[in-house]
Design a protein around this ligand. Structure first.
Ligand code: NAD
Ligand code: UD1
Length: 343
């Protein structure tokens, strides 16, 4: 299959690109490298031992996106390109709507004249807001707690309306829980700019000596040890889910499957302290922690019911928290400064 991947140089995109190439598909990337390094693409090329197309452009650049669509003639699109920092979206929301929502509109507009009606979209568990019940299934009510989440909900709505208007579309709304970890090779991984907002890259930077201690945001939640519980999922499992989703879309044989949401999680919750302990085991040393107040907006516990993805397209997560920590450490150890520095 010919698969167009926006944001394919980013964290989840680069892992998905590698799985796509390894599975024998052809790929073309559109990425403006606003939050990615070209080194990630070079390394995917080496690992897959295969080439792919790359348009370095913003998805809001209609001419560039149209040219990529017209030249590559995709059979499926995987749409990762977005801004994703929750805190920044609260401080300055307009770039989030412009980049994420308007960018998606430009991309969909460019697909109008093409035969491609197969689309996998990067959504997020953030669309569930504060959970009413656990585990969270796809029927859980949707709500937003920040502008980033609102962009995801708006884009889901746009895609629902599009599929409703034209029944030839097959659209998978993939709601990721907490993707972490790195490819087993240690050659690609998560490389956040500045101080990591998210737990796993922060722990990894403590382990490699870039930061003194893990700040634990609250130990007075109603959880196993008082710290926040999340459904961490290995990025390789997330990447594989995209292949399964695209296969499901394509297997409609020209008959659209509509627009369906799918949770991508393991169904298991892990607390912050359990994660720190698992990472300590992986890197073979204790990791200092500092208890700090709760982070505003955080909830105690979130985990998925991932059953629908298994029932519908036969995917389930295979890797556990130890795999996540080992692979994350392998990446961080061999790339202590991320992509900026060759090991
Ligand atoms: P990332 O920042 O590593 O990847 C996003 C990629 O998109 C980057 O390569 C960036 O350069 C590119 N990009 C951004 N805006 C663009 C634009 N206007 N034009 C072209 N390229 C653009 O993020 P990620 O963690 O790989 O996330 C991928 C997707 O998954 C995002 O849509 C994100 O919102 C979603 N998501 C991520 C997580 C997570 O924990 N990482 C969780 C839920 C959902
Ligand atoms: C966050 C976003 C979510 C986004 C996801 C992936 C918020 C409120 N939510 O999810 O929308 O989809 O990232 O990008 O930002 N923690 C610490 N110390 C840290 C960092 C985190 O204790 O330095 C704790 C948090 O309180 C939480 C857990 O670790 O309990 C996971 O946090 P994080 O990795 O930021 O993910 P989420 O908050 O679940």
């Amino acid at each position: 299959m010919r698969i167009l991947i926006t944001g394919g140089a980013g964290y989840i995109g680069s892992h998905t690109l590698l799985e796509v190439l390894t599975a024998g598909h052809e790929a073309h990337i559109i990425d403006n490298l606003s939050n990615a390094s070209p080194t990630a693409l070079d390394r995917v090329k080496q690992l897959a031992n295969r080439d792919f197309g790359f348009t370095e452009a913003d998805i809001r650049d209609r001419d560039a996106v149209q040219a990529a669509v017209d030249d590559f003639v995709p059979e499926a699109v995987i749409h990762f390109a977005a801004l994703k920092a929750v805190g920044k979206s609260v401080a300055d929301p307009l770039p989030y709507f412009h980049n994420n929502v308007y960018g998606t509109l430009v991309l969909l507009d460019a697909l109008r004249a093409s035969p491609c009606r197969c689309f996998a979209f990067s959504s997020s568990a953030t669309v569930y807001g504060d959970p009413d019940y656990l585990p969270i299934d796809e029927a859980h009510p949707l709500s937003v707690t920040n502008p980033y989440g609102r962009t995801k909900l708006q884009m889901e709505g746009i895609l629902q309306d599009l599929a409703h208007s034209d029944p030839s579309w097959s659209i998978a709304l993939l709601r990721y829980f907490n993707p972490v970890g790195a490819h087993a090779s240690g050659r690609i991984g998560e490389d956040p700019n500045g101080i990591p907002d998210n737990l796993m890259p922060f722990i990894a930077q403590v382990a490699v000596g870039r930061r003194p201690a893990v700040n634990v945001f609250g130990n007075d939640y109603d959880t196993i040890d008082g710290t926040g519980v999340r459904d961490y999922i290995h990025v390789t499992d997330v990447a594989r889910a995209h292949l399964a989703a695209v296969d499901w879309c394509a297997a409609g044989n020209g008959k659209g499957r509509g627009c369906e949401p799918f949770n991508l999680g393991t169904g298991r919750g892990t607390s912050v302290m359990e994660m720190v302990d698992a990472f300590s085991r992986a890197c073979g040393k204790p990791l200092p922690t500092i208890m700090t107040p709760r982070r505003p907006g955080d909830v105690a516990t979130l985990y998925a019911d991932p059953g629908k993805a298994e029932r519908v397209f036969g995917w389930r997560a295979e890797l556990d928290v130890d795999d996540m920590c080992r692979s994350s450490w392998n990446w961080q150890m061999h790339n202590p400064q991320g992509y900026d520095q060759e090991p």
